[in-house]
Write a protein that binds this ligand. Sequence first.
Ligand SMILES: Nc1ncnc2c1ncn2[C@@H]1O[C@H](COP(=O)(O)OP(=O)(O)OP(=O)(O)O)[C@@H](O)[C@H]1O
Length: 230
Amino acid sequence: MINAKDIIKSYGNGESRFQVLKNISLDIEDHDFVVILGASGSGKSTFLNVISGLERPDSGNVFYDGKDITAFSDHEATSFRKENVGFIFQQYYLLPNLNVDKNVKMGADLADNKNYKTVIEAVGLGEKLHKYPSELSGGEQQRVSIARALAKRPSVLFLDEPTGALDEQTGRQVLDYICKLQKEYDFTIILVTHNLNIAEMANTVIKMNSGKISEIYTNKTKKNAYEIGW
Ligand SMILES: Nc1ncnc2c1ncn2[C@@H]1O[C@H](COP(=O)(O)OP(=O)(O)OP(=O)(O)O)[C@@H](O)[C@H]1O
């Protein structure tokens, strides 16, 4: 379980100091599918970075199963991220000079997972092990980055606008993979987007507005990636 408590985060100094997260508290259950929705600039990415341990809050704490990750040293925070969480961004951040197999192996090596090829199969790229990123479509590249993130078997997968650079058909396919992979590998999903349609796939929807949580609700019925609007 993740508990964020009284999170405050600002950027800038002096007169230009700007409070992006204004005292946010939130609990996230293990294995949940959470979508964080909000307009551009509402603080979604900053909140994701804080609860994933990428950035420190000015004050407040983030607990994973009771362990306060905001109290970690930089070294401890890096190890924590390596061992427990995976990240997917709008950009794929693949290494251009490594093929699919080697890109995913990089993630697998963080957890000493020798069995990482099954994840490549699971994202439908078993036939493309020896292709380089430049030889793949955008959707295929994003699926490689998903396989890389999952190869170390994280308990939480953080996604920041994962379909932002993809067309409709490819975006739906990537979301479909993410849902199927969650069933298979049982991680928690925390996905940030400004796309209201994607929220219909979530179990829990968190709405952010100007650095605060304005609403939290649970979807009674969840749609799949091919049922949502786009
Ligand atoms: N590293 C930073 N330095 C200074 N200001 C920042 C930094 N990161 C974010 N901000 C500011 O904090 C505010 C919230 O940014 P954030 O990226 O969290 O919003 P968002 O809701 O994810 O927006 P978007 O959907 O456009 O990505 C914005 O006004 C942004 O300019």
